[in-house]
Design a protein. Sequence first.
Length: 374
Amino acid sequence: MKRILTLILLATIVTTIGSQQPNERLRRLERLLSEKGAIGVSHRQNNTSGRGITHYLNAGIFDLFTDKPNYNFDERIGEATRKKVIASHDSIMAVRRQQMATLLDSIRLTFAFLAGEAAQSYSYEYHMNGIDTIKYTWASGTSEDTILSLPIGGRWQSSNSREAAYFDYSGGYNEKRQGREEKGQYCHMYSVPTGFRWDNMKSFDVKAFEAHIAPVLKAFKKLKGAKTYPVYWRHDEGFKKMDDFIFHTSRLSVYSDNKHTGLTTGTHYFIPAEHREEADTLYKQLAKLALDYVNQHPEQPYEYRFSSRFPYLNITELVEGSGWKSDTDYSLRCMRDDEGYHILCLTTQGELWIPKDWPKLKSYINGEMVYRKK
């Protein structure tokens, strides 16, 4: 069956702090790709490297599968109708293949122009007997920067560059699927100086952040059936029953006791699954407010991650804030499951260990799980 699993590409470029902007050619390329059917966004940024705010824009671009459709027409369907259905399908796929060729040409042209502006660049194309491979890397910086290193997993890596972009593409016949398959990956990284020295950073301000996102959390709470629960997860020194947890961090620093202890408290917001549209809309508002806050406070160490909707069965951090010169951190996490939507506002002293069945727990203390009453 001929089919396409639609282009996934970054839809937005966030407003940066300071005067250094990402390369305009890349911005135009990303807008173009977005207009051609983007359905998802992956954006991450942090200021924990000591070099300003670093942005990572990633996209799995496409997976085009173009085998012949296996039509199982009902015998009562006439020949004229069959021909019409097949012709319509072929016409649609022809348009999609042309669109894909246009996108590849746009990417190819962009990286060709960028090569003239690069501190370092790399390009490779291979086409033979229906097998296609394209790899582009571009990086900007100064003569003092170490920019491109040897390829890892087929992609050239960049270190210490102010801005870099990658594009990897492969196409060929897939024996298992009995058809042609095309896959691509686009990545864009850039750093924006903030003017804050590493030693002058301040701890993430939990109270100010939660006050900033409070309007959206209140809107979540107003939805019918929405509930809030307190969070209390604790593991003390020497406790090692790791099978109890779905996630755990290991914090080793001069600001921690390094005993792998942890106390996590906070609030769990639950929204029933029936509120899908409202939850998705409010999630985008929550992500926007969170981004507004971290962009307004580059002096506070953080990591921000954004996807276009609630992650399914994966408790993903939207924001992680560092206590800096302390062992206390903060995280705003989101997830959806078949029951509904979950938002966690967590403050952790020591290491964050997330127990199994956390959506149903009243507390977790060294292996003792107390469940909420239904």
